[in-house]
Design a protein around this ligand. Structure first.
Ligand code: ATP
Ligand code: MG
Length: 438
C-alpha cells in the first residue's frame, strides 16, 4: 500500500470527456465494481461526481498494474493514473487505460450495506450504516440539494442586509413554557437545551441590529415518532424591526422562491437523478385565514371547532384543497405563544402565520408583542411566571421597536424540495426517540 503525497486528483469522473484523447488523468475514489475476464479487467471508479470506467487490458499495462486491478475489491479506495483513449464503442465515448493503480486503502468484505446495489435497504439499516448509505448517488443528491438550499438562504439574507447571529443553546428557562424541553445538568443547576432562539433574536431587535438571522440546532423533546418530527432539528430563524407580519411573510416568500431558482440553476443533475417534478413557485404564495382553513376542513368532514389548533386531519383537508405552498394567517390568539401580537380590532385573533406545503407546516411566524405591559400580561395569562423571563423582559423596557419574524424548519423544507416523505431522509444523523447513534 502506498501513500500518495505526490499524487493529486486531476479530474472528477464527470469532467473527463472523449475530447481529452491522449491526455493523462489522475482519478481518485471508491471501486464501485470490478470485473476481471482473463486478460481484461474493468474497474468502475466512483467519486462524488459519478462513475468512470477504467479498462485494464493485460497486454497494454505492466504486469503489476494488471495484478493490482484483478485483486481490487468493492469499495477499496484507489488512485488511478491513466490515459484517456477515445473509443466510440465505450459507454461514454472513451476509456481510461491505467498507467499505474495505487490502492490507498482496502475495504473489508462483505459490506454491511452495498452502495452499488439498486434495491434500497430498510431505512433503519441505512441510518445505522449511514456512511455507506451516503455513497449512493441518490442519497448524496438529497444532501447536495440541502446544501444548495442553505447556501441560497444565506445569500438571500446577505443581499437583504441581514446580520447572522449565534445565540446560546444551553438555556436556563423554556422559550414558551415547560413542555418539549430536554433538561440537562449544568454544574449545580438544572438547565435545558434550547428549543428555539426566539427570545434571543427578539432581544437583538432591542439591540438595534434591525435584521438578524440564525441557522442552528433546536432541541425538542417530542415524544412521538412521526415522519416530520425529530428531537434535534435545524431552524432557520429571522427577525426584523420596524416591520409587521406581512413584511415577514414577504421575506419568507423571497427566501423560499430563491431556493427553488438557485437549486434549479445549480443542481440540475440532482433534480434529474431524484426525478423531481420541479416547478418554481410564484413569487407570492396563496393565503388563507385560519377561519377559512377551518371552514375548508369542516366542509371535508373534519370535526374541528374555531379556536383549536389544526389537527392532522384538518391539515390534510386544507392541504388537499390548497396544493403546494400557501400561508395560513390570522390565527386565534389562544393557539399561539405569548409573544405573538393580537390584532387591535379583535384581540381573539393575532398576527401569526404558518407557511405550509400541502399538509406539512414548514414555518411559523408573526409580528411580535413589543410593549412590556402586554407581554407580562400574556405571560401570566398563559400560566407562566414573568419572573423567570426577567432578562428577556428587560429588553422591552428601554426601547424595543415593533418587530416580526419567523422560523423555517431546514429539515422540513429540505423534505419538500427533495420530495421525501420522511424527514430522516434529509438529515445525516437523525435524532428521534429510538435513535441516538450513530
Ligand atoms: P409542528 O406543529 O409541526 O410540531 P411547531 O408548530 O411545533 O411544529 P414551531 O415551534 O412553529 O413548530 O417551529 C418552527 C418550525 O420549525 C416548524 O414550522 C418546523 O418547520 C420546524 N420544527 C419544529 N419542530 C420540529 C421538529 N420536532 N422536527 C423538525 N422540525 C421542526
Ligand atoms: Mg408552528
Amino acid at each position: 500500500m502506498y501513500l500518495i503525497a505526490d499524487w493529486r486528483r486531476s479530474h472528477y469522473s464527470k469532467d473527463v470527456i472523449p475530447e481529452m484523447d491522449g491526455q493523462e488523468v489522475t482519478l481518485m475514489g471508491w471501486v464501485h465494481s470490478i470485473r476481471a475476464l482473463g486478460k481484461l479487467a474493468f474497474v468502475i471508479l466512483r467519486d462524488r461526481a459519478g462513475t468512470i470506467q477504467a479498462v485494464v487490458p493485460k497486454q497494454k499495462v505492466d504486469e503489476e498494474t494488471f495484478e493490482i486491478a484483478k485483486k481490487l475489491g468493492k469499495e477499496d479506495i484507489v488512485a488511478i493514473k491513466g490515459k484517456v483513449v477515445a473509443n466510440e464503442k465505450a459507454p461514454k465515448g472513451f476509456e481510461v487505460i491505467p498507467i499505474e493503480i495505487r490502492v490507498l486503502n482496502k475495504a473489508d468484505a462483505p459490506l454491511p450495506l452495498d452502495p452499488s446495489e439498486k434495491v434500497s435497504a430498510e431505512i433503519d439499516t441505512r441510518l445505522d450504516k449511514r456512511f455507506l448509505d451516503i455513497r449512493r448517488p441518490k442519497i448524496q443528491a438529497i444532501f447536495k440539494i440541502r446544501s444548495e438550499m442553505l447556501k441560497s438562504i444565506r445569500k438571500t439574507f446577505a443581499d437583504e442586509g441581514f446580520i447572522e447571529v449565534n445565540t446560546p443553546k444551553l438555556v436556563a428557562s423554556a422559550t414558551e413554557g415547560g413542555t418539549e424541553l430536554f433538561p440537562i445538568s449544568y454544574f449545580e443547576k438544572e438547565a435545558f437545551l434550547g428549543q428555539s432562539p426566539q427570545l434571543y433574536k427578539q432581544m437583538m431587535m432591542a439591540g438595534g441590529f434591525d435584521k438578524v438571522f440564525e441557522i442552528a440546532q433546536i432541541f425538542r423533546a417530542e415524544e412521538h415518532n412521526t415522519r416530520r418530527h425529530l428531537n434535534e432539528a435545524i431552524s432557520i430563524d429571522s427577525e426584523m424591526s420596524f416591520v409587521n407580519e406581512k413584511d415577514a411573510m414577504a421575506m419568507l416568500e423571497k427566501v423560499v422562491y430563491n431556493c427553488y431558482s438557485d437549486i434549479e440553476y445549480n443542481r440540475p443533475n440532482e433534480i434529474e437523478l431524484l426525478e423531481l417534478n420541479w416547478e418554481i413557485p410564484e413569487k407570492t404564495f396563496d393565503k388563507v385565514t385560519y377561519t377559512e382553513a377551518i371552514d375548508i376542513a369542516i366542509a371535508k368532514g373534519v370535526e374541528i371547532e374555531w379556536g383549536e389548533d389544526l389537527s392532522r386531519a384538518a391539515e390534510r383537508a386544507v392541504g388537499d384543497e390548497m396544493g403546494g405552498l400557501y400561508f395560513i394567517t390570522e390565527w386565534p390568539t389562544q393557539t399561539r405563544p405569548f409573544y405573538t401580537l393580537p390584532h387591535k380590532h379583535d384581540n381573539k385573533v393575532c398576527k401569526a402565520f404558518d407557511l405550509m406545503y400541502k399538509e406539512l407546516e414548514i414555518s411559523s411566524g408573526a409580528q411580535r408583542v413589543h410593549k412590556y405591559d402586554l407581554l407580562v400580561q400574556n405571560i401570566s395569562n398563559m400560566g407562566l411566571n414573568p419572573d423567570s423571563f426577567e432578562t428577556y423582559l428587560e429588553a422591552f423596557k428601554y426601547g424595543m421597536p415593533p418587530h416580526a419574524g419567523w422560523g423555517l424548519g431546514a429539515d422540513r423544507f429540505a423534505m419538500v424540495l427533495t420530495a421525501q416523505d420522511n424527514i430522516r431522509e434529509c438529515v445525516l444523523f437523525p435524532r428521534d426517540r429510538q435513535r441516538l447513534t450513530p
